[in-house]
Design a binder for this molecule. Structure first.
Ligand SMILES: Nc1ncnc2c1ncn2[C@@H]1O[C@H](COP(=O)(O)OP(=O)(O)OP(=O)(O)O)[C@@H](O)[C@H]1O
Ligand SMILES: [Mg+2]
Length: 304
């Protein structure tokens, strides 16, 4: 079983091996979360690497990644377990046809582990050969308050009760990462169980490192220009600022077009990779593109 990193530096290095670029602040909370066994609660702008860190952690530690994608109306049945109703029906019919008479025996069989469909939370509490898995509870702000209260219970005791089978308690708690885009505030009680970190847009240097790691085919110069331009865009009053994900997508588009540097023309042609709202595109297209590109190149000249 792969052991957890012994220091903040080791944590950052473990994530770097998975091409995840992690600053000291995030590295510290991840290390503490692993060491103290406390869930990690990541809140922040869209496309800033919240979901990715759970994937990188699982890969880096050699653990399974179990993902619970949250949405409005998500209920306990979809999150913990369900009985396999169809298989139970087949078993009942078969028993009837065979003339099996013992109802108690049949009932015990129908509500045994064989007929249980494990959903992510139950799966995460059960033992795994590689060691406790990484449980990603993604976009928790999309669920409703009753589900949140229920999550709180699971994360407090790392156990769930199945009335017909009994209580399942994790021998070793999973490594839990919760993410939120802050479309609403998540309850204090849930946050209190966790270590909290706000994932902000990266600095120029960090975003450049991310781009170099994720799109190595883009030249250093092109990557620098992309990052400087995307960072300049974030300073504008846009409906939806581009995240790191958009910077990466844009770099891939520009590489596919054999672009070696940014120009107002190439930006205009590919703006849809960076901005996803027509109002934002209309605002930036034209003279504003040239102005922002000049601003970005000016910023680049300052850092070099
Ligand atoms: N620090 C980072 N190191 C490496 N890659 C990163 C980093 N941050 C973001 N990325 C890249 O950006 C992409 C988007 O990241 P991710 O999906 O984790 O964002 P998110 O914060 O979960 O966004 P959303 O809120 O929209 O779900 C990923 O594919 C990942 O490759
Ligand atoms: Mg995400």
């Amino acid at each position: 079983m792969a052991s957890i990193p012994a220091s903040i530096d080791e944590t950052i290095a473990c994530l770097a091996e998975q091409d995840y670029v992690c600053g000291r602040g995030l590295g510290t909370v991840v290390f503490l979360s692993l060491t103290l066994g406390k869930p990690l609660f990541l809140e922040g702008e869209a496309g800033t690497g919240k979901t990715e860190i759970a994937k990188a952690l699982a890969a880096g530690l050699g653990r399974r990644l179990i993902r619970l994608q949250c949405y409005e109306g998500l209920d306990a049945a979809s999150a913990i377990y369900e009985w396999n109703f169809a298989a139970q029906m087949v078993a009942i019919r078969t028993a009837e046809a065979a003339g099996q008479a013992d109802r108690g025996e049949l009932q015990a069989e129908l509500f045994s582990a064989d007929y249980l469909i494990r959903r992510p939370l139950l799966d995460a509490l059960e033992p795994h050969a590689e060691g406790p898995p990484v449980l990603l509870i993604d976009e928790v702000d999309r669920t409703d308050e009753p589900f949140e209260a229920f999550l709180l219970e699971v994360l407090s005791d790392f156990q769930v009760t199945i009335p017909e089978l009994g209580t399942v308690t994790a021998q070793e708690p999973p490594i839990v990462v919760l993410t939120s885009n802050r479309t609403r505030e998540v309850h204090d009680a849930l946050k209190r169980r966790c270590l909290y970190h706000w994932v902000d847009y990266p600095t120029f240097e960090r975003e450049l490192a991310i781009l170099r790691a994720r799109v190595p085919e883009a030249t250093q110069r092109l990557s620098e220009e992309i990052v400087a331009f995307v960072q300049a865009l974030r300073g504008q009053d846009l409906f939806k600022s581009p995240g790191v994900a958009e910077a990466i997508d844009w770099a891939r588009c520009l590489v596919a077009l054999d672009a070696v540097a940014l120009s107002p023309e190439v930006i205009t042609d590919t703006l849809g990779a960076v901005l996803k709202y027509q109002d934002d595109i209309a605002r930036i297209a034209g003279a504003e593109t040239t102005r922002l590109l000049d601003e970005a190149k000016g910023a680049l000249a300052d850092v070099s």
